[in-house]
Write a protein that binds this ligand. Structure first.
Ligand SMILES: [Zn+2]
Length: 260
């Protein structure tokens, strides 16, 4: 991701936690599975297919989390529904900056929308993305109409600087769609820069790559960096639809730059 991943990856590999366990790596099933699916219960809005089941994913193996066709997770499906439901976010010719791009979202945007798309990642060589540091972007002010930054900021020690960069490159009429994992029982975000070992971070923050646990006040941190934040809650989607799309309780920050 966007921090010192290579170093920590080595620590995890050598001593602490298999990468497969950290990321719940699974082998994707063929999209042809959808054609064979009889009695399909779940629909993935990202790849537009029905499935009998989704794959387990995550440290605790959440059941029916990952789409076997496109690899989308619950948060990707919510993000996609939100983007599709608010047509003013995606327009023909929109300039999109996709941070640490998820392949499922990237592929749909490139395939089905006439947008000007740029993916960036700090380290990932396989992500079909430019290698850039989110805390120090080389782009001009107002360069993008949409910024997508999904589960990235919890990996970045100086996340305020990253948020400031997102705000800077965002067109004042544009939208930054930001998601972080929220501990729903926590009001205040918890972080401690002294905690650096993957195993200690896992204990303190719930994940060996995370540098904080985000609470409900995280939206205020974004506001402090110069953006207005609309909090979109997945629970606003009807319950039966969340069940079919396998969308969990989460929140998406729809952010707009407040400068003129
Ligand atoms: Zn899918």
């Amino acid at each position: 991701m966007l921090t010192d991943l290579r170093q920590r990856l080595h620590a995890i590999r050598s001593a602490e936690m298999p990468v497969e366990q950290a990321y719940g790596v699974i082998k994707r099933k063929s999209a042809r599975f959808s054609a064979e699916a009889t009695g399909a219960r779940f629909y993935c809005p990202v790849c537009g297919s029905w499935y009998r089941s989704f794959a387990a994913f995550g440290l605790r193996g959440r059941p029916n989390a990952r789409c076997p066709g496109c690899g989308s997770l619950e948060r990707h499906r919510f993000l996609w529904l939100y983007m599709m439901g608010r047509q003013r976010i995606l327009r023909p010719g929109s300039r999109i900056l996709h941070v640490a791009p998820e392949a499922c979202i990237q592929q749909r945007l490139l395939r089905d929308f006439r947008v000007r798309y740029l993916g960036i990642d700090r380290y990932d060589d396989d992500a079909n993305a430019e290698q850039q540091d989110l805390t120090d972007l080389p782009y001009t002010d107002n360069a993008f109409d949409v910024v997508i930054c999904n589960h990235v900021l919890e990996h970045i020690p100086d996340d305020r600087k990253a948020i400031a960069e997102i705000s800077r490159v965002l067109n004042p009429n544009g939208h930054a769609l930001i998601m972080v994992p929220i501990d729903r029982d926590r009001q205040s975000t918890y972080e401690d820069s002294e905690i650096t070992a993957p195993s200690e971070r896992h204990k303190a923050f719930g994940h060996p790559y995370h540098v904080r646990v985000c609470g409900w006040d995280y939206a205020d941190r974004i506001r402090e960096m110069g953006m207005a934040v609309f909090e979109a809650h997945s629970t606003d989607i009807p319950e039966h639809r969340r069940r079919i799309n396998r969308i969990n309780r989460t929140v998406l920050y729809d952010c707009t730059a407040t400068r003129s």
